[in-house]
Design a protein around this ligand. Structure first.
Ligand code: SF4
Length: 705
């Protein structure tokens, strides 16, 4: 501390969970006179053990950006956003949404939210919108990242339940990573892999030679979207060789015999042809799974953002089930979540599922919720919301006229961006609630509501291993910006439904309601008394039914071989593989892959783009990765300016010539505003998640001599 300038010398510290990714690291906030002045990673927290990635280290700096939204803004007659009072903004919010509802019905208003608000805010938003304002349709940006995993788990296990603890990274002897570049996307999880003392086999399945693939013991550089063929072939081999756990299959699963019949046709030879990976390699991977005592299967966006992603996720779940690799240390079929509170959103956002992982169609579930919230049960819709893409499509058809977008940047991140922006312009009324007034989406808004960010409000996040962690207020929000929770309370009053939400007096009061709503659900958190108990315990994984202080810190699900379906069994699920909807052809001969490009930027750079340190760690301008042989044929050299075009749009980028992409493929990071001009709007039929990683494009030098 002797080296620390006086202005950064803390007089106190407090710990809270990071607000970027779903790893859920704890950061020790250095306080001076009650305000955060600096931070460092918390060493005692069971998640990060004293580590943080660049985004975490820079978490405070982005709060000071000059383009923070500090006042409500309303678009005036000249088309400019001008400051207005909260009273005017809230009056406008209610008047315009109500008049749309009166003219076209309440189903003509929708909201799109996020995996980055605290759980209490997500639940309040979902309750306010659906039970108070009468809105039927609302979804979150978790549709873009985790809907596939959530759907796969619900169908296979009976509840959206990632079964693992991070300790499993350290206890596996075979770590099977699919479409998951955790070296940069979840760097602290990768550190947990590096702490594994078993010299594990690390098998990476990914079309690109990512940073994680380079560090693996085996890399299966499959052709894009051939993963389902390969995993069915692995099942085929395991069955053929009798490398399966019959007692577990018989005691704990359904549908295995039918699955055996199905995978007969998925021979290693067929998978080799589909994937470009040799039969011998596929056979050797099956053997490694067999020889592993503790095999864990992990996946991220390469699986989830896929037009057949649910079945791919379930093909991994099937492999774990048939080999008995679940419920034991170092095992599991493990989806790694994306955003800091994606798990909170999946269970508590009240969008396409009722609060607490319930179902709107289930009368008993509606009554349980009505009783705890003390609201008339008739206030609860009896059907699910439309998913994100149907809400966007509803603007085109004229069924959606008003949209409230919170804490997400749809105009940047949604697939087929030019079309999306045109549709947002068609709305009668667009409200954006965000920390920054400069996001691409806020720039299209009729009304901007200024929101406090992480560190400026309190609540809880749920991380990838189901751990609830505390978020605290360690800074004052700038100007008139308010925590989302406070904005929802104001809206309830202005709308005239405040009486329904008299219990929602604070985030901690809302936490008490969520506890009650979780009672006897798989996500039960009734063992956590309050925020202080959770803080003191260093977070807690759900379920947590015993006093949190007594609960073991690293727990996995299904240790007794019982799942959440009524018969306590897990389901084997499958479908035939399907061809990519848009194949490369003569006009568009390359396949475009998109994804995370760095550990130092986050999603649309809305926050991380504000940090001078993080900007230095990553190219400011968009670039496209291309194989050297393709570049030579196309007359493109490293750092040339190029044009990349799809049937939907075009962008200019700098060429980065690298053998980490295969021939015939290009890679562009998702962090740049332009990337989604190219992407093809197609979706998994079960999860409705967009398939961002397969569309046909061409590439040409921009300035030919
Ligand atoms: Fe934050 Fe994720 Fe980085 Fe941890 S790994 S510091 S949670 S962004």
């Amino acid at each position: 501390l002797g080296q620390v300038p006086a202005r950064l010398k803390p007089d106190a510290t407090t710990d809270m969970v990071c607000g970027y990714c779903a790893t859920g690291c704890s950061l020790r906030i250095h306080l001076k006179e009650g305000e955060a002045v600096n931070l460092s990673p918390t060493s005692e927290y069971p998640v990060n053990l004293g580590m943080a990635c660049p985004k975490g280290w820079e978490a405070l700096s982005v709060l000071d950006a000059p383009d923070r939204a500090t006042q409500p803004l309303r678009r005036n007659a000249l088309g400019d956003l001008e400051p207005v009072t909260w009273d005017t903004a809230l009056g406008e919010f209610c008047d315009r949404f109500k008049s749309i509802g009166e003219a076209y019905g309440p189903e003509s208003i929708a909201f799109l939210s996020t995996g980055q608000m605290v759980t209490e805010e997500m639940a309040f938003l979902g309750a306010l919108a659906k039970f108070g304002m009468g809105i039927l349709h609302g979804d979150g940006n978790t549709r873009q990242c985790m809907a596939t995993a959530a759907t796969a788990y619900k169908q296979s296990f009976g509840f959206d339940a990632p079964p693992y603890t991070y300790q499993d990274f350290e206890e596996s002897d075979v770590i099977f990573l699919v479409g998951s570049n955790i070296c940069i996307a979840h760097p602290i999880m990768w550190e947990r892999v590096c702490r594994n003392k078993n010299s594990p086999e690390i098998i990476v399945v990914d079309p690109r030679r990512t940073e994680t693939a380079m560090a693996a013991t085996s890399h299966l550089a499959i052709k894009p979207k051939s993963d389902l063929s390969v995993f069915y072939a692995l099942a085929h081999i395991l069955i053929r060789e009798d490398w399966i756990d019959r007692p577990f299959i018989d005691a704990s699963t359904s549908g295995f015999d039918e699955f055996v019949a199905f995978v007969q046709q998925y021979t290693p030879e067929r998978a080799a042809e589909a994937s470009g990976v040799d039969v011998e390699v596929i056979e050797s991977v099956a053997r490694k799974i067999h020889e592993g005592k503790r095999v864990s299967f992990w996946w991220t966006m390469g699986v989830n953002q896929n037009y057949e992603g649910v079945r791919v996720a379930q093909s991994l779940i099937n492999l774990a089930l048939m080999t008995g690799n679940i419920g034991r240390p170092g095992t599991g079929a493990n989806s790694i979540t994306g955003q800091c509170n994606a798990m909170g959103s999946r269970i508590w956002s009240n969008t396409t599922g009722l609060l607490g992982g319930r179902y709107f169609q289930n009368a008993e579930h509606r009554h349980e919720v009505a009783e705890v919230l003390e609201i008339p049960v008739e206030r609860i819709p009896t059907e699910d919301s439309w998913p994100y893409h149907k809400i966007i499509e509803g603007i085109r058809t004229g069924e959606i006229k008003g949209l409230w977008i919170l804490c997400t940047n749809t105009a940047h991140s949604w697939i087929n961006q030019s079309d999306t922006r045109e549709l947002l312009d068609k709305l009668d009324f667009l409200v954006v609630q965000d920390m920054y007034h400069t996001t691409e989406t806020a720039q299209q808004a009729d009304l901007v509501l200024p929101a406090a960010g992480w560190g400026e409000k309190e609540g809880t996040f749920i991380n990838s291993e189901r751990r609830l962690g505390i978020v605290k207020r360690v800074r004052r929000p700038p100007g008139e910006a308010l925590p989302d929770f406070a904005i929802f309370r104001l809206i309830a009053e202005y709308w005239g439904c405040g009486e329904l939400f008299r219990q929602w007096t604070s985030p901690e009061a809302a936490f008490g309601l969520l506890k009650e709503l979780s009672r006897n659900r798989p996500c039960d958190i009734t063992g956590i008394d309050d925020y202080a108990a959770l803080d003191h315990a260093g977070g807690a994984q759900w379920p947590c039914t015993e006093p949190v202080a007594n609960v073991e810190q690293q727990r996995r699900l299904f240790t007794d071989g019982r799942f959440y379906h009524d018969d306590a069994r897990a389901n084997f699920l499958w479908d035939e593989t399907r061809a990519m909807p848009e194949q490369p052809d003569e006009e568009y001969p390359f396949l475009l892959l998109t994804g995370r490009g760095t550990a130092s930027q986050w999603h649309t750079q809305t926050r991380t783009g504000k940090s001078p340190v993080l900007r230095k760690l990553y190219p400011a301008n968009i670039y496209v990765e291309m194989h050297p042989a393709d570049a030579t044929l196309a007359g493109i050299a490293n750092y040339d300016e190029v044009s990349v075009r799809s049937r939907r749009g075009e962008l200019a980028a700098t060429a980065f010539v690298t053998p980490t992409v295969q021939r015939g493929q290009l890679f562009i990071p998702m962090h740049y505003e332009e990337t989604n001009r190219l992407t093809l709007p197609h979706f998994d039929p079960h999860s409705h998640q967009p398939s961002y990683k397969d569309c046909a494009v061409n590439i040409q030098p921009l300035h030919e001599e």
